[in-house]
Ligand binder design. Structure first.
Ligand code: GLA
Length: 542
């Protein structure tokens, strides 16, 4: 049963008697800054070589990055992953592997730098490395950073001169440490080296939480990729609702690329195209000296690279779900501009015909579509766009039309400051699959404490003014619950409180809110009890 309520609670009153809060009501949320680093591009030794690496091999790959024209299109980092460790001497000083790197790591970094490239290295937050466990590399035992933070960081970053470090977590898992605290200690040691330009990657194999963006340029959000379609598909599946956590030069890392190995052409297009639109770091994982032409051309596709390195630094979100197929979209070049990037992704075993209503993509009028994988214009389409995508296939396109002011904001697009996937919070705010919800997804366990909010950072209004907001939510009582209240804030100012919600099904709650012209931050929460589970909200200008 759907209950319809109209509650303009507080809205008018709060807005008109807010003189004590001038600052907050009179300013809109700033447009995100664009002066940050794009996702990192380069090569890493792990996917093809695991721990079987050596000085010559790394140098040859660096040379190939230049000679194959990859440096020219933006690939910059040559990362030595696990496998270089030798032993610690009596002072704790790390030595490199006697057979693989008999001259130490400095000549490796020097060679990379001599080519105008940057050099990356690897370690573990705990005592032992992952290679000592997964690859029986006994040299990795005792080679992690635990207890040697400053000594190792001084050696790797100051003395050897590496510019990037990936920090794994195998050894720290064994120690039962707190992830946030552990990575903060290591980042502190990195800062104490005096190097301020080191790029850091957190490798905890799941979205670690909002703190990761304060410490690192990127963080892994999945288990290890391997050379096979099922890995590409499953990592994309895990990335669907993480778009809001990538911001201001800090990115979800979907792991290193398996392009140039055993995937089919169309699977490689999915892999590269989706990694690009998701603004994942792009780390090539194959042997660049023998890479086949088609894979090399794909990796050098400038139009795809441009949407990855786009100055807004946004990750695409799911604009529409079609069963197992998805339409992703994100702004490029200008926030709320006329041009966007779109991906129609078919992971199934059958061809799938997408029909996308342009309104869902927030575009109107004649919409120009350009296929970025094949670098060809597909034409101009009005109203909607129908396109068949082959199995394990994708269309990645730029779409350009007249930008519309959207009236729908899904819960699964929102920023959840307390969300993480490493299980450190009980009854954590989470995504909840729900058939009757739009897009099949809701957000649950909102509230219960200060800060456990759901936040839409970029709610756009051309003119500003009063809107009727309809919140689609479900307020099924949890155990021992007495009440479910919903607080709605715009730009940190409370606009409405809806008390005593109780419905087992998704219901539509109406409140009145005032938006400023431009971008607004909309927050829903409850600082004491649970707020309802939220599906989406819609806006109607009053
Ligand atoms: C973990 C990481 C991989 C790789 C290996 C090295 O499994 O997730 O990316 O670095 O360790 O041992």
């Amino acid at each position: 049963m759907k209950k319809f309520m109209f509650l303009a609670l507080l809205a008018g009153a709060i807005l008109s008697c807010n003189s004590g809060n001038e600052e907050k009501t009179s300013t809109t949320v700033d447009e995100p800054s664009t002066s940050f680093l794009p996702p990192l591009m380069g090569w890493s030794s792990w996917n093809t070589y695991h721990v079987n690496i050596n000085e010559e091999l790394i140098k040859r790959q660096a040379d190939a990055m230049v000679s194959q024209g990859l440096k020219d299109v933006g690939y910059l980092y040559i990362n030595t992953d696990d496998g270089f460790f030798g032993w610690r001497d009596e002072t704790g000083l790390m030595h490199t592997h006697p057979d693989r790197f008999p001259n130490g790591m400095k000549p490796v970094a020097d060679h990379i730098h001599s080519l105008g490239l940057k050099a990356g290295i690897y370690s573990d937050a705990g005592t032992n490395t992952c290679g000592s466990m997964g690859d029986n590399d006994v040299r990795g035992i005792g080679s992690g950073l635990y207890g040697h933070e400053q000594q190792d960081m001084d050696l790797y970053l100051k003395e050897w001169g590496f510019d990037f470090i990936k920090i794994d977590y195998c050894g720290a898992s064994e120690l039962g440490l707190d992830e946030h605290q552990r990575y903060a200690e290591i980042v502190d040691a990195i800062h104490k080296t005096g190097r301020t330009d080191v790029s850091i990657n957190i490798c905890r194999w799941a979205y670690p939480g909002a703190w990761a963006a304060e410490l690192a340029r990127s963080w892994r959000m999945s288990g290890d990729i391997q050379d096979g379609w099922s890995y590409v598909k499953s990592i994309i599946g895990e990335s669907l609702y993480l778009s809001s956590f990538a911001h201001d030069g800090h990115y979800n890392d979907m792991d290193m690329l398996e392009i140039g190995r055993s995937l089919t052409q169309s699977e490689e297009e999915v892999h590269f195209g989706i990694w690009c639109i998701m603004s994942s770091p792009l780390l090539i994982g194959c042997d660049m000296t023998t890479i086949r032409e088609s894979s090399l051309n794909l990796l050098k596709n400038k139009e795809l690279i441009a949407i990855n390195q786009d100055k807004l630094g946004l990750q695409a979100y799911v604009a529409q779900r079609f069963g197992d197929c998805y339409a992703f979209v994100k702004d490029i070049e200008e926030l709320h501009g006329n041009k966007r990037a779109m991906a129609l992704y078919n992971p199934t075993e059958q061809p799938f015909e997408f029909t996308v209503d342009w309104k869902t993509m927030e575009l109107g009028g004649d919409v120009k579509v350009r296929d970025l994988v094949h670098q060809k214009d597909l034409g101009t389409f009005n109203g909607s766009f129908t396109y068949t995508v082959e199995p394990h296939g994708v269309l990645v396109a730029s779409i350009e039309g007249q930008r519309l002011e959207t009236d729908v904001y899904e819960a699964e697009w929102a920023y959840l400051p307390f969300y993480n996937e490493i299980g450190t919070r009980r009854q954590m705010i989470n995504f909840l699959p729900e058939e009757t919800a739009s897009g099949g997804m809701m957000v649950t366990n909102i509230g219960g404490q200060p800060g456990n909010d759901i936040v839409w950072k970029n709610v756009y209004s051309e003119q500003g003014g009063d809107y009727e907001m309809t919140v689609y939510c479900n307020s099924k009582f949890k155990r021992n619950e007495k009440t479910r209240d919903l607080h709605v804030l715009v730009n940190d100012v409370e606009q409405a409180v809806v008390n005593n919600l109780h419905s087992d099904e998704i219901e539509a709650i109406k409140v009145k809110v005032a938006l400023q012209p431009g971008f607004n931050k909309v927050t829903m929460n409850n600082t004491i009890f649970w707020a309802p589970d939220i599906d989406r909200f819609t806006l109607k200008k009053l």
